[in-house]
Design a protein around this ligand. Sequence first.
Ligand code: ADP
Ligand code: MG
Length: 691
Amino acid sequence: MTDLKPVTVLRGVGDALAARLHTLGVETTQDLLFLLPLRYEDRTRVVPLGELRPGQRASIEGEVLLTEVVFRGRRQMLCKIADGSGFLTLRFFYFTAQQQQGLARGARIRCFGETRRGPQGLELVHPEYRRVDPRAPPPAEEHLTPIYPTTEGVTQARLRLLVRQALDQSGTEDLKDWVPPAVLADSRLPNLREALLAVHRPPVDAPVDLLMSYRHPAQRRLAFEELLAHQLSLKLLRQRIQSDPGWPLASDGRLKSDFLAALPFSLTAAQTRVLREIEGDLQQPKPMLRLVQGDVGCGKTLVAALAATGAIQMGRQVALMAPTELLADQHAQNFRRWFEPLGVAVALLSGRQTGKARSTVLEGIRQGHASIVIGTHALFQAGVEYSSLALVMVDEQHRFGVHQRLSLREKGVVDGHQPHQLIMTATPIPRTLAMTAYADLDVSVIDELPPGRTPVKTVVLTESRRDEVVMRIRTAVLQGRQAYWVCPLIDESAEMPYQAAEETAAALAAALPELKVGLVHGRMPPQAKEGTMRRFQEGHVQLLVATTVIEVGVDVPNATLMVIENAERLGLAQLHQLRGRVGRGQHASSCLLLYRSPLSSMARLRLAVMRGTNDGFEVARRDLELRGPGELLGTRQTGLAQMRVADLSRDADLLPRVQIAAESMLRDFPAHVTPLIRRWVGHAEQYGRVG
Ligand code: ADP
Ligand code: MG
């Protein structure tokens, strides 16, 4: 690879500097070129000292009149310079003897810094400076001066020099433009070289406003290329997975009809439509890669169960992966209730099974006795062998990383066949964003809730109204309903979250002596947790106090009241997930968000969004506005949050064109695809291993 030279090929870069550059994410000369300036300074004009005003960032030049080390509270070096129009003091708190000598009387220096008022007129504190030859003063900078993100041990001046070298050395050979003009399809975007020159050496009259807001065509060009590389990496991942055959699962649908006949309700139109889309994929001889998005409570579990029927009827296995043990337990209960009467065996593989129990479950999976296997990511750990895995379903995908999803696909390969993948998420994201983040997946949307649901009423209250809240719990329980009380982590350093939950549970039990109060938190022994959950599900526990462990998936339709303490601490996605635990039955539900003053303006906005809408897509849209897509998608989940130039919110308008460009690259310039991905995405595992 000619275009990836280590930074050590540059003059003056040894191992020590290379290690420091590494912390900036810079390993190759190309990385240097893609390290974009944070801002720019105009050093093209040397300002006469007499014209300087306080607070001005300026390039100046003068002759040293006097340099002395003084002690004014602390040791410091003062250097007085003049240029005929005025005087200026340079003040240094850290300096070497060598520096002091360099600033001897008569030396001519050029500096850059921000002026401030000092005891003896204007001064610069720790300016960037260099000595100049008075007989041949160098010309002022011809370009705006880029200011790069730096790290300890790498100065601005050093970094600028390195970038300059990298730029000068990057011939056309080294810095190949992998995006042909035909693909760029926009004459306003420059080619790669022009773009890099424009960001690293902008001319004096460059539109600084555009540059500073990353909206300059040169920056847009680079962002476009980076987004394209990510898009291509996901598409390639998909191609690689689908280059192995899948199991075509076409059954006569008998198990599915038996299942539906036993169900006390019928599917919503959206469930039926999405199920049809899934079935269409499953019949293909290539592995399905499909994401099902649907708001909390829309009934994704049922769709998953029905999707499994075809494989099971054909004697193949299905795995269902949940993000928590709690959710895996709940799925196992549901699937057993649905499937065991139909003669289908469901196994729960839990992290806490040991000894005989565990080996029995493992044996059942290996022998193929278990048709459906449910568990956490433990499902794909070493030692778990499937006899005929044909379909892998991942629930609440946003909790897993892309890597977990990939490791699972390797596990499932039997006789060279890839299992189908069905991925479910309750984090609804806008369409273009979904197409970008999940370019390796087809997307189905369940955009309808089961009938008879009354929208959850959300109320925002200050914590001082706790007594009223306690009364409302009593009233709800007297009417036969149940309630959740969620205690998020309050102060990471001061208190363990479960302690807060324990204290709250004790206080609520004392305030509501006639109620049965249960407690679940992450540190409890699994049996105790499971026992409490079960008693809550069966209605024996009426008030469940919990940490945010119950955030995902828990389904107890009789629960109609959700109290969230310190709601100001939680993000929108999490609040919406928690609220989704109620409003699952016919009874009207409420969500009470308790906050502690003072509220930050962001927290106030979040709570207002929650009060204003129940629609998960709307919540996600606002979340996107407030936090940006990196956070919304989760950093672990996609590489998109760690992009170097592009920013999904700022550059969202590029996405539709990026998608078209990706198609055209794959079709017309296949040889450019891998080098482009390598340039921006880098590590091979992010787009799947070959073979
Ligand atoms: P989520 O999409 O959040 O995972 P669940 O699968 O937990 O939602 O379903 C929420 C609740 O809705 C469950 O109690 C489930 O039994 C019920 N449900 C699912 N589909 C329907 C339907 N078509 N009609 C009525 N209730 C349904
Ligand atoms: Mg669910």
